[in-house]
Design a protein around this ligand. Structure first.
Ligand SMILES: Cc1cc2nc3c(=O)[nH]c(=O)nc-3n(C[C@H](O)[C@H](O)[C@H](O)COP(=O)(O)OP(=O)(O)OC[C@H]3O[C@@H](n4cnc5c(N)ncnc54)[C@H](O)[C@@H]3O)c2cc1C
Length: 382
């Protein structure tokens, strides 16, 4: 085969990086329902400091130098024909189209709460949604954050830091939050939350109202299935880890019983030759860690190895969650390792272009204008 045609389904955190690795060796086509990277990472920063968040996590595709060779298609994937190796999609104009492939990489991620949605959006719609969530929290005098994962802890800490006058309460079902991280991570962050005056409420499991998809910020009372009296706030964040894989466009034969894509240890989909999966959609391990473990390089290697008849590499999953939990604080990025140790990188805004833009993405152009209009998002209150 001369230059194979590789189709990346979903250009989020992992699809984008996989496309970048393969662009030199193949004709790469990336299909995405967003017109750029809209990362699901660092929810707390996104809600409280959207300009700062957008600088790193909302980046139009034309700014990535190494995507110049990749054809990006804005559309929603609606189906795949594994026999003829074609995917079906619908573009922003509502017109159906197909794209053929030799190799298909499934990287469509998961839907999670109100901030990670697979809907087809224009750049203006992405910005409007970010602005609306920010304004909603800026206006709230009290905020309830539900859930014990990184998104919940990050939201509680960043809201409390950005708006010290806002009453913030974090409710989680277990004895501690961040149960999938090393215990030291919660010890460090719970102390910080207490210092900020955040109310910590273990042993609270919220009742999800009938028919509610946790897809918006609500107001008013929250009922507890754990027996406590209802609690109320101006804004309620449903960060309860209710994730759904974005796989309705795929046949059941590729999926496990929860709808995630079945892969082997080489990230191949065993039942479909030429098909691979990576990121939150791939059933690699119970925590589905291939995104944060940076398996994009390994996947690109394996695809090229399979095409050239060379040896593929095995993916090894991390046993615990690790990484940044609360984003940058006072320009310091803190990363917790799998053993719970914190590594702090100071002067992050100066180092970020070298470490992330150059080191991870191989060059990112400056935005032509403002990423988010200041008129849409008021400058953060001190
Ligand atoms: C460099 C890097 C650093 C990370 N650091 C951390 C960290 O510090 N801490 C941490 O907890 N985690 C970290 N992570 C992991 C992160 O939390 C998630 O696991 C990661 O965002 C998942 O990426 P994804 O590509 O699977 O999904 P997504 O980024 O959600 O991408 C999926 C994309 O597919 C699109 N899509 C969905 N359905 C369709 C469809 N039908 N048609 C077209 N497009 C569709 C979506 O709109 C989205 O754009 C990191 C990941 C990376 C790559």
């Amino acid at each position: 085969m001369n230059r194979p045609r590789i189709l990346i389904a979903g250009l989020g955190d992992t699809g984008l990086l996989t496309a970048i690795h393969l662009a030199k060796y193949a004709d790469v086509v990336g299909i995405s329902s967003k017109p750029g990277l809209v990362s699901g990472q660092e929810l707390g920063m996104r809600l409280s400091r959207p300009h700062e968040w957008a600088r790193d996590y909302w980046v139009s595709f034309d700014r990535y130098r190494r995507l110049d060779r990749v054809r990006t298609v804005h559309g929603t994937l609606t189906g795949v024909d594994l026999e003829t190796r074609r995917v079906h999609l619908t573009g922003p104009d509502g017109i159906a189209a197909t794209e053929s492939y030799d190799v298909l990489v499934i990287a469509t991620g998961v839907t999670n709460g109100f901030w990670r949605r697979p809907d087809l959006q224009s750049a203006d719609q992405v910005a409007a949604a970010i602005a609306a969530d920010h304004r909603r929290l800026a206006a709230a005098e009290s905020v309830i954050v539900l859930g014990g994962g990184a998104a919940a802890v990050s939201s509680a800490l960043n809201v409390a830091t950005t708006w010290p006058g806002t009453r913030v309460d974090l409710y989680f079902p277990g004895e501690r939050a961040l149960p999938q991280h090393h215990g030291k991570v919660w010890s460090a962050l719970s102390a910080r939350l207490r210092n900020l005056g955040v109310g910590l409420h273990p042993g609270h499991r919220a009742v999800v109202p009938e028919g509610f998809g946790c897809d918006e910020i609500t107001a008013g009372p929250v009922e507890w299935s754990t027996g406590q009296d209802a609690s109320s706030a101006d804004a309620v964040l449903w960060t309860i880890g209710r994730t759904t894989p974005n796989t309705t466009w795929l046949p059941d034969s590729l999926l496990d019983d929860r709808g995630f894509v079945v892969v082997d240890e080489y990230l191949r989909v065993p039942s479909a030759p030429g098909v691979y999966a990576i990121g939150d959609v791939a059933a690699t391990d119970p925590l589905r860690t291939s995104a944060r473990s940076r398996a994009d390089g390994l996947l690109a290697h394996n695809i090229r190895a399979d095409l050239d008849g060379r040896r593929a590499k095995r993916f090894t999953a991390a046993a615990r969650r690790w990484g940044s939990v609360v984003g940058t604080q006072r320009d310091i990025l803190e990363i917790f390792g799998p053993g719970g140790r914190a590594f702090r990188i100071p002067a992050w805004s100066r180092l970020q272009p070298f470490i992330v833009w150059r080191g991870i993405y191989g060059g990112v152009r400056k935005p032509a204008g403002q990423v988010l209009e200041s008129s849409a998002i008021p400058v953060d209150r001190p």
